[in-house]
Design a protein around this ligand. Sequence first.
Ligand code: SF4
Length: 223
Amino acid sequence: MSHTTVTLTSDEKRRIQAILDTLERLYPDADCELRYDTPFQLLVATVLSAQSTDKRVNMVTERLFKEYGTPEAMAALEPEELEPWIKELGLYRNKARQIVHAARMIVEEHGGQVPSERSALEALPGVGRKTANVVLSNAFSIPALAVDTHVFRVARRLGLAVTKSPEQTERVLTQILPKESWKQVHHRLIRHGRQVCTARNPACFSCELRLFCPSAQAPDDAR
Ligand code: SF4
C-alpha cells in the first residue's frame, strides 16, 4: 500500500466523529454475519463468501462444519471431495482447492492453528488482505479494517476515503479513524451499504447520514 499521509482540519474531524456517532446509533450491534466457532471456521467462511451472500455461506457451513470443521479434517480431503459440499456457492472449484490447501498448510506449518500474523495468513492459499483483516479483527481482536465492496463504496460516497482501490481506502481509513473503532466501523459501513447506501439506488432522502454526506445532494450521481 502507498504511504500517503492524511491531514484533517478540525471541521473534518468533527464531521467524521458525527458520522461515527450516527453509525453507532443506527447499528449498535453490527457484527460479523458469518457463523463460526473457531478462527479456522471463520477463515473458511470468509474464503467461501467471495461472490456469495453471507446467508448462503451460513447455510453451507452449517452442514460442512459438522463433518469438516477442523483443519485436520479438511486437510484430509481432496478438493474434489469438498466441491459437492460447497457447489451452490460461486467459484466453488477454486474455493475447494484453496481451502484444502490452506488447511494442509495450517496443519503442516502451523501445528493446526490458524496463524495470527498477517504475513503468515496472507501466505495461505485464497487469503488476500481483506480476508486476513477479517480474521485478524474478528478471530484475534487485532485491530484491522477490512475493505469490501460496501466499505469501499460507502466510505467513498461519504468522502471519508475517495480512492481508486480497497487498499488505498484501508490506508486512508486507518489513518483517520481511531484504532478501537476499526472493527465496528467495518461492520457498520457494511450494514449501511446493504440497507441504505446500496450500490445502484442509495436511499439518500431517508439516510441519517445525509447531513454529513457530500454525495447526498445528488444521489443519482453517488457512484
Ligand atoms: S446520503 Fe446517500 S450517498 Fe450519502 S451515505 Fe446516505 S445513502 Fe449514501
